[in-house]
Unconditional design. Structure first.
Length: 284
């Protein structure tokens, strides 16, 4: 392929050897290349954390924002230039903890954005305290007596909000993950992929072997449009963990509500200063 490795960049990273971020990056690069996208057609928004360093290590447009605040500027970018492919990428703490308010309301809005969550069930950058998805069988230096809160189930949450695309991937199944990312890009609307990836330094429970023993791929006959079946799959965890598109639904996206955004990218539309009051009214 002519654009093979078009998105590849330096191998010098701040990630630990064996980190699940490496195969995730490779899967994303493969997906972008196979979709025949160009670096200038893609922009990635991240918050804070090891996962949020991703745009530093890709040949891509990138924006690092505040912890948990990657979705607002991503939505702003999509509104300004609908022709760009917009990716939000961050960890389980950044997304489901600090960013919980934003993911909730962006599911409601259903913007045409791909959201990749590095779910290693721990805070990796800040040295291993529990994240929202940490299991109750894990102890940390901050939680030496274990976790006294039920782990957050991102798939169950997203299905409860009827997100238009909900999937789970695993970095140990890189080709499968690449296909999931491609499906997310081809979906019109908010596409969430919760990606299981080990933190080799701070999570000694949820290892590659742990995931490999439990994870299984959904069969081709699985009905991705059946919400009731998807909700049952979301409950699976202890003994088996489903991988694949768990639910998808075609529905109106955020920009369908604004006729002037459908004409051409906002950045190409000439707006006079006196038009600002009209624009603000349209976005109320």
């Amino acid at each position: 392929m002519e654009n093979q490795n078009l998105f590849s960049m330096t191998e010098n990273t701040a990630w630990c050897p064996g980190c699940g971020n490496f195969p995730l990056r490779n899967a994303l690069i493969d997906a972008l290349n196979e979709l025949e996208l160009k670096p200038w057609e893609v922009v990635m928004f991240t918050g804070i954390g090891q996962a949020a360093k991703m745009p530093h290590y890709l040949n891509i447009n990138g924006f690092n924002g505040l912890h948990g605040r990657s979705l607002p500027p991503a939505l702003g970018m999509k509104i300004a230039n609908k022709d760009l492919s917009v990716i939000v990428e961050s960890g389980d703490g950044c997304t489901y903890g600090e960013g919980g308010n934003h993911i909730l309301h962006n599911i409601r809005r259903n913007p045409d954005i791909v959201h990749l969550v590095h779910d290693n069930q721990i805070y990796g950058l800040t040295k291993g305290q529990a994240s929202p998805t940490t299991g109750d069988d894990i102890t940390t230096e901050v939680q030496p007596y274990g976790i006294n809160a039920e782990p957050f189930n991102p798939v169950k949450f997203a299905l409860g909000m009827e997100a238009s695309f909900v999937a789970r991937g695993f970095v140990g199944e890189m080709e499968h993950l690449t296909e999931l990312i491609k499906k997310a890009f081809n979906h019109r609307g908010y596409a969430l992929i919760d990606i299981l990836q080990p933190c080799v330094s701070f999570n000694k429970i949820n290892t590659y072997q742990w995931y490999q023993e439990k994870a299984y791929k959904l069969e081709d006959i699985y009905d991705e449009t059946n919400l009731e079946t998807a909700q049952r799959k979301a409950e699976e965890w202890e003994n088996k963990i489903p991988l694949g598109v768990i639910y998808r639904k075609e529905k109106e996206i955020f920009m369908d509500n604004f006729d002037f955004l459908g004409e051409k990218p906002l950045v190409e539309q000439k707006r006079e200063p006196q038009d600002i009051k009209t624009t603000l009214k349209e976005f109320k």
